[in-house]
Design a protein around this ligand. Sequence first.
Ligand code: HEM
Ligand code: SF4
Length: 490
Amino acid sequence: MMKRTAKAVEGTGISGLSHAIQDGWKALSEHEIEGLKGAGVFFRRQTPGNFMMRLRMSNGLSNAAQFRTLAALSEEFGKGFVDMTTRQQIQLRWFHIEHVPEMWQRLEQVGLVSLQTGLNNIRGVTGCPAAGLTPNELFDASPVTRHYTEAFLHNPEYTNLPRKFKVTISACLDNCTSPDSQDVGLVPAIKESAGGEVYGFNVFVGGKQGSGGYTPAQALDVFLPPHDAISLCGAIALLFRDHGQRQDRKKSRLFFLIQDWGVEKFRRELECRLGHSLQSAGQDARSSTHTDHVGLFRQRQTGFNYVGLVVPTGRLSAAQLLGVATLAEHYGSGEIRLTPSQNLIIPHIPDHMVGDLTQEPVLQELRYDPPVFVRGLVSCTGRDYCHYSLIETKQCALDTAHHLEKTVGKTAPLTMRWSGCQNGCGNHTTADIGFLGKKVQRDGKTIEAVDVFVGGRSGPDTRPGTQLLADVPCEELPQVLEKLIPYMNR
Ligand code: HEM
Ligand code: SF4
């Protein structure tokens, strides 16, 4: 097993790994630390000697066996918790470098890999977490997402891109995966043809959140039948590999290549690489609504339901991982899904078991009917584990939400997203209220504060939030929001 794992990470940091195991983590060179990222193992400056591992879960698809392994690894080698990310992935923390081979081996046994989740790779491919379950989709796009991942994973052709590369593939009508902020976003579309209507995707390219700020992806004017999606996403990544800018990291995202060439030339080059012409875009099938898939929903399969549970700021304890695994096995089919809002879904619950499920103690902590301020909460890692962060995020986000719950009470659905620094990993620009961490001076002291953005949204009518407030001390934020929220027009 170890041999296979070693082969899988050839050229992506395994030499650094064996070196560190033999001589200790302090012997790692900067180059080796970078290389390990390609294998999904991250040195954390905040916790020297304790590493982080990011695990790929295409389309957020997971299961009870994986959750049990994650619980066991986080207990044995970590501090008994994991973080769920907005790319529907899981991050394990606090293990030592010598534990990595055993962790990889045990993860591989349940079908999990950390490979290519960092560095200049195609990151976890996101998709609608209710794919194949919700009646509100054009078709189940999750097989496309899975097969696409199989096509680039372990494939050295795709491991030397100019920069990270983010893809979402979804046929959900309710905009749950933010295609506008991805390098490539496939969204549901319908094309009229001689034989009738064909269901497939329209293609958006060049979206980004960082590298100079949020820029929505542009329409490529391409319709794709589902069976052509994998070759097209592959061809775009290779076009980026061969022509993307490599000198200045801030200008290396796909957006800059498209800006340089113009979208028409980009489309022509893509046709050349594929060796055939592309169809013009179909009719965009997306609605203008948004869903987070939280709550109890009927599935398209008669007699079955899925339940979306909120995981406050995405942090799950080992006990919760085991609790969810047991619920998924007892009430469902063992399947579990991760959502892009750091929450999870248990599918395939028969009608007659729904009542009992809602009484389970785990659902008191991970609620399907949470208060509005916790429901829409997303937070990046923050200063506990990320050295870029200027503030503590997750606890502050939770404390603020709990305060609002008590003081504001019932209000319309609201998303609140936190980023600890300008890198914006918490997608704060696409929230109803977004928070961006900073340090400010108050009475001669340096304190943690945020700038507050309002009115951001993703989807067909995407727009970045506008800054409403600056330099609000984190300590005062709950009281400030308590006064602001009742006047917000959403
Ligand atoms: C140069 C810019 C950026 C840097 C240096 C950066 C750095 C980081 C770091 C250090 C982490 C891991 C922290 C931890 O949990 O220990 C992280 C995670 C993450 N970042 Fe960023 N980030 C950048 C830009 C962005 C942007 C623009 C986005 C999109 C909004 C983004 C989305 C994410 C996500 C979703 C994660 C969780 C892991 C995953 O599932 O991929 N990042 N980032
Ligand atoms: S936004 Fe900043 S603080 Fe938060 S995870 Fe990204 S790099 Fe770290």
